[in-house]
Design a protein around this ligand. Structure first.
Ligand code: PLP
Length: 450
């Protein structure tokens, strides 16, 4: 037992047997792995006892913070009552039904059904099939093509990685699969050239219209995008972008899919990201903040437009996962949503800590290597720049991001870097002084790039 708890022993055991997701095993073999052993509030502790402020909420998911006993108790109660039963073939369980009611109640009455999955990736596969089945049921079987964006992220399953626009993922496993196209991203800083952000937002959105014309409207099922691109670098679109996308989808009769896996459950100061931007989604995959990561659970929110067809025309949707709506995961999610409601965390992000974080984050723009510091609610993207007057980027963008990230880690702050963008996504319970601590540590990291 003692031997197992010895930190260096644990790291060695891990390296000997655990193939890490998104991890270069050869490099990890040289650098070693960090064993995270405990969490409390916004802090995590490694097995050596070192404390870190988690500026990333795990992987954009621990919205209510670590160490909530209420969730452990709810899970334990459900485990004892009924550890598992499925929702196939006409059964359900109490927490599954109650969770479906609670999630959909936050959609403003527009999305009254949810299809449960175990993860965001499975949610992607689910809506991808559902969109095609929807059109086929309406007598339009050629409407199968899905348009997504370069540098978007929708998961790691075959459909997920194909819909995502990550080149390094497409290069492995012969992706994307057929029937998927990508358009550009609304990343003004890097791709906007001389256009104003507003004009660039329109231009980026109109690429969708051009792509629909190219493919033929009768062949396109849906367009998918994250309200704010997360893994791609917290890229916040110009204000003109989403209204134009919504107009195009409406006029060209294609489904609009808002990937809410990161933006959902309060991160932008609204229950869902599309509510912040004021557009209506036909389908919306969710995961992460649904259970704050305490147990794996995801789903697809289904608008009344799509649900009517799925229920009345399709009937039997031959799709599902053994653990769809798993009662113990549903109990964890229910308790998580109860906490978010009771502590008014969405409102807190909108009216209190979000504006505080926005001002603190924006203050980093006075640093000579910061080209732009943008945020909405508690998600922030920091653009590093070699010359901010000309928006010139560092010659080696990855190295710039890694240098800042490593400084933060050494100084007790977990931050993520995507090339030359620093990303922040702390738990929704973060305090003002913890925000200050984050900003001060990031500033120290930026000084290394001078
Ligand atoms: N969609 C988005 C926007 C995501 O950020 C992610 C994961 O980061 C996914 C889908 C995939 O979710 P999961 O990792 O739970 O499969």
């Amino acid at each position: 037992m003692n031997q197992i708890h010895n930190p260096s022993n644990l790291a060695a055991i891990d390296l000997a047997h655990h193939l890490h997701p998104f991890g270069d095993m050869k490099q990890l073999g040289e650098k070693g792995v960090r064993v995270i052993a405990r969490g409390e509030g916004v802090y995590i502790y490694d097995s050596q006892g070192k404390k870190y402020l988690d500026g990333f909420a795990g992987l954009w998911c621990v919205n209510i913070g670590y160490g909530r006993r209420e969730i452990a108790d709810a899970v334990s109660r459900q485990m004892n009552e009924l550890p598992y039963y499925n929702s196939f073939f006409g059964t359900t369980t109490p927490p599954t039904a109650l969770l479906a009611q609670k999630i959909t109640a936050h959609t403003g009455g527009r999305m009254n059904h949810v299809f449960f999955t175990n993860s965001g990736s499975e949610a992607t596969d689910t809506w991808f099939r559902m969109a095609r089945v929807y059109w086929a049921a309406l007598g339009k079987p050629t409407k199968t093509h899905v348009i997504a964006r370069r540098n978007g992220y929708h998961g790691s399953t075959v459909a997920g990685a194909s819909l995502g626009g990550m080149k390094h993922m497409h290069e492995q496993g012969n992706l994307p699969i057929e029937g998927i196209s990508h358009i550009g991203q609304p990343y003004w800083y890097a791709e906007g050239g001389d256009l104003s952000p507003a004009d660039f937002g329109l231009k980026a959105a109109r690429e969708l219209e051009t792509k629909i014309d190219e493919l033929g409207e009768d062949n396109v099922a849906a367009f998918v995008a994250e309200p704010v691109q997360g893994a791609g670098g917290v890229i916040i679109p110009p204000d003109t972008y989403w209204p134009e996308i919504a107009r195009i989808c409406r006029e060209r009769n294609i489904l609009l899919v808002a990937d809410e896996v990161i933006c959902g459950f309060g991160r932008l100061g609204t229950w869902f990201g599309h509510q912040h931007f004021g557009f209506e989604a036909d389908l919306a995959p969710v995961a992460k903040g649904l259970s704050s990561g305490y147990l794996p659970i995801g789903g697809v929110l289904v608008s009344d437009r799509v649900a009517r067809v799925m229920i009345e025309e399709v009937g039997d949707f031959n799709h599902g996962y053994t653990y769809s709506g798993h009662p113990v995961c549903a109990a964890a999610a229910l308790e998580n949503l109860r906490i978010i409601e009771e502590e008014a965390l969405v409102e807190r992000v909108r009216d209190d800590i979000g504006p505080y974080f926005a001002a603190a984050w924006k203050s980093l723009e006075d640093h000579e290597v910061v080209g732009q510091a943008e945020s909405i609610g508690l998600i922030g993207g920091l653009q590093l720049a070699a010359d901010k007057s000309t928006r010139q980027r560092f010659a080696k963008p990855d190295d710039a991001g890694v240098a800042v990230r490593n400084h933060c880690l050494e100084n007790g702050l977990v931050m993520r870097a995507t090339a030359d963008r620093m990303l922040a996504s702390p738990a929704l319970i973060i305090t003002r002084s913890e925000v200050d601590q984050m900003i001060e540590t990031v500033r120290g990291g930026l000084d290394h790039l001078r």
